[in-house]
Design a protein around this ligand. Structure first.
Ligand code: GCW
Length: 726
């Protein structure tokens, strides 16, 4: 070969090397977040060769739609992760087979006699087990649904870089009903939604089934979610008309292979609005007949329908109390209609009276505890994690542990109505974890909320967890990349309420961004402190409900007046010349008495209440000495600033990851963090400017004065902020 030819070739080789170094390995994807954590990009691990050797052949021993979905997911996942698809086979025949299914569907699996007894309908095992002397991985379950969950777990092992050679995993969900609650209206408006409009294209359903519905089902199944309530709890009765039931049935058809049942929010007054009756009184025989017929009709349309979710006598919604009946009367009427079909009622405990007779924090307990033991067996009472309303921090709801004869379901909010919408980076798993680990002490120490929710404390078999969805039509589903983590974490915790938020974050980051420790470690660290930062810059030390009126955007601790006191900020912070905070101790509303005695004693005493709940339970003098040695006023100012500083720190960390995270997602997160810093600063400044009018104390040394006067912050208006209830 000519020297010139060699030079050209060498040049080309060099250019190729340069290009390879510049371009990401594998196919170039549009990294717009649409793939969520099911982002099957080539593994960079040194383990790739081993993974390939352990996934040469794929056997999914099932011909059902669920089996088909399982096979498709594994092929898609393995092809993406390993660069080559496994050979599909009907039975394992070579080294490195992955065999997935039930003993009933596969003689090969049956011959291995896997011990599935304790795994129930949804559990699975994953084991490295030789078949015919050849190495193999077995994913076995009692049902196809269990096998599907096992398949997703198997993929997750590869996505997160786990070794595959000695697997011995057994998993079964700890709660039964793991559902998303969509606050989606039929006009596609999403109440408290910050990710575009509803993903349900009601108008074109049932004819057009958007491929997104399958993506939604895959994502949910991958984290063990097995149900979805399609419509808002503030619902129109139209949802229960034949036209909309047909649409819901079309969605149910898409979700069914993925083990996801459809549930609907039911409007209590539907018998009047769409049934032509004069009343919705739950003890009226005609009303009861109407609901039975309606339930029969729903099940004719959707044979595996899950049941109804109901918001009754809350924030203006109709309910049994309109007829002098109780929550139990209402719930049991619906339960009776659904029972013959195996359906359940999720009856919400988010109630507070229109007459505001008492501290709002006490009302759910007051209304529900007397009915403990009177709910039908197919009723779950759905309780928010705290007694007010999804605030950045609340003590656990006193109903947990207080209704031993009734299964209580947890309701978390995934959408961030009170934590910066979809713009702020706030990883919510630490909030969920804190609530689940809280110790109600009702049966002595260790009576955690998790044990109430998973039924183990009182021996309930019907158990559940609901998450108010943060999903919309945005390309990245959740309105921001990091909000996907909250959907993911909710699913993982509904499956197992004892998981650790940090471990969940680590999984998610590896699956979503990169397995490179130089990315994983700083991003996980950033996420782990992010919710506490929101608490600091919005509602430190137990403050709560200080956001803008109606839309809930931005700081507005000055909100007062209007239709009801408990929709204002001043009702909650009670700042005056003496101090700040809501006295819920024995000298005040005595809400503490709703907790078990040791908890009540701890929260009720200024000397023992944890500082994070200080102003939730006590009205505290401005000069009260805090653990830090600062006065309350100084500590408050310090906390606000600390929150803003944390956001600044997140920006620095994130900037340092440029080049390690794909440019498209990196840029959006960076821009959102910049907005978050501005808004955090705004919360701090506006709050300090306002509370200083009561404390009349100077800012501690080194703390900057708010750049504007209070009147400026009070003058800001946001008539078009998203998500407002309407
Ligand atoms: O948090 C509040 C919201 C309302 C919501 C209500 C509820 C669906 O501001 O928008 O209504 O809670 O949980 O019912």
């Amino acid at each position: 070969m000519h020297a010139a030819g060699r030079r050209i070739r060498r040049g080309l080789r060099l250019a190729a090397c340069w290009l390879a170094a510049l371009l990401p390995a594998g196919p170039v994807l549009a990294e717009d977040g649409h793939d969520l954590w099911l982002r099957y990009v080539p593994v960079q691990e040194e383990r790739a060769a081993d993974y390939r050797a352990r996934a040469t052949e794929l056997v999914v021993a099932s011909a059902t739609p669920t089996g088909q979905a399982t096979r498709e997911e594994l092929v898609r996942g393995l092809r993406g992760l390993l660069g080559t698809a496994p050979a599909l086979a009907a039975r394992a025949g070579r080294d490195g087979a992955v065999v997935v299914g039930t003993p009933a569907g596969s003689p090969q699996l049956a011959a291995l006699a896997p011990d599935l007894a304790a795994l129930g309908e949804e559990g699975y095992l994953i084991r490295s087990l030789p078949i015919g002397g050849r190495k193999a991985t077995v994913v076995a379950a009692n049902t196809d649904r269990g096998a599907l969950y096992g398949a997703f777990h198997f993929l997750r092992l590869i996505q997160t870089g786990q070794p595959l050679h000695a697997l011995d995993i057994r998993q079964a969900p700890k709660t039964k009903v793991r559902v998303l609650n969509h606050w989606d209206n039929l006009d596609r408006y999403v109440e408290r939604g910050y990710a575009g409009e509803s993903i349900w294209d009601w108008h074109r359903l049932p004819g057009w089934k958007d491929p997104r519905y399958t993506g939604y089902a895959r994502a949910n199944a991958s984290i063990g979610i097995n149900g979805t309530v399609l419509n808002n709890v503030n619902t129109s009765a139209q949802m229960l008309t034949p036209m909309y039931l047909e649409k819901a049935a079309a969605l149910a058809g898409v979700f069914r292979p993925y083990g996801i049942k459809v549930y609907l929010s039911a409007r209590f007054s539907a018998p009047i609005e769409i049934g032509g009756l004069k009343t919705a009184d739950p003890l009226d025989p005609a009303v009861r007949r109407w609901w039975k017929a309606k339930a029969d009709e729903v099940y004719r349309t959707i044979p595996d329908f899950g049941g109804f979710l109901v918001k009754a006598n809350s924030e203006g919604q109709p309910g049994p109390q309109d007829y002098g009946r109780s929550h139990a009367d209402g719930a049991n009427m619906l339960a009776e209609a659904l029972a013959p079909h195996g359906g359940i009622v999720m009856w919400r405990a988010f109630v507070y009276s229109h007459e505001e007779p008492d501290d709002r924090a006490k009302q759910a307990y007051t209304e529900f505890v007397p009915y403990d033991g009177t709910f039908a067996p197919n009723v779950l009472v759905q309780v928010k994690n705290g007694a007010i309303d999804f605030q950045p921090r609340e003590p656990f709801h006193p109903l947990f542990g207080a209704m031993p004869k009734t299964p209580l379901m947890m309701e978390f909010q995934i959408t961030k109505e009170y934590l910066g919408f979809a713009t702020h980076l706030a990883y919510l798993a630490p909030l969920y974890e804190e609530a689940l680990r809280a110790d109600t002490q009702v049966r002595g120490p260790g009576s955690t909320v998790a044990k109430v929710v998973d039924g183990s404390l009182e021996g309930h078999a019907l158990t559940g967890m609901a998450g108010v969805a943060n999903i919309g039509s945005d390309r990245n589903w959740s309105g921001s990349h990091f909000d996907q983590a909250n959907w993911f974490a909710f699913g993982r915790l509904a499956w197992d309420p004892y998981l650790e938020s940090e471990a969940i974050a680590r999984e998610w980051v590896k699956m979503t961004f990169s397995t490179d420790p130089a990315v994983v470690d700083p991003v996980v660290a950033m996420m782990m402190g992010s919710r506490e930062a929101v608490v600091d810059y919005m509602t430190p030390l137990g403050l709560h409900h200080l956001m803008g009126r109606g839309h809930h955007y931005g700081p507005a601790p000055w909100v007062s007046g209007g239709p009801r006191a408990d929709w204002t900020s001043v009702y909650y912070h009670r700042a005056d010349a003496k101090g700040i905070g809501f006295d819920r101790s024995a000298t005040g509303s005595n809400a503490v008495a709703q907790y078990a005695a040791p908890v009540a004693a701890q929260f009720g005493d200024l000397a023992t209440v944890p500082e994070e709940f200080l102003l939730w339970f006590h009205h505290v003098p401005w000069d009260h000495r805090m653990a830090s040695g600062r006065t309350l006023w100084d500590e408050l100012v310090h906390r606000y600033g600390r929150g803003v500083d944390y956001v600044r720190g997140m920006r620095t960390t994130w900037d340092g990851l440029a080049g390690k995270v794909d440019a498209e997602r990196h840029a959006q997160v960076a821009a959102f963090l910049a907005i978050q810093e501005q808004e955090a600063q705004w919360w701090r400044d506006a709050s300090i400017a306002y509370f200083q009018t009561f404390s009349k104390r100077p800012l501690p040394a080194g703390e900057a004065a708010p750049p504007h006067d209070l009147a400026y912050y009070q003058s800001l208006q946001f008539p078009f902020a998203p998500g407002d209830g309407k």
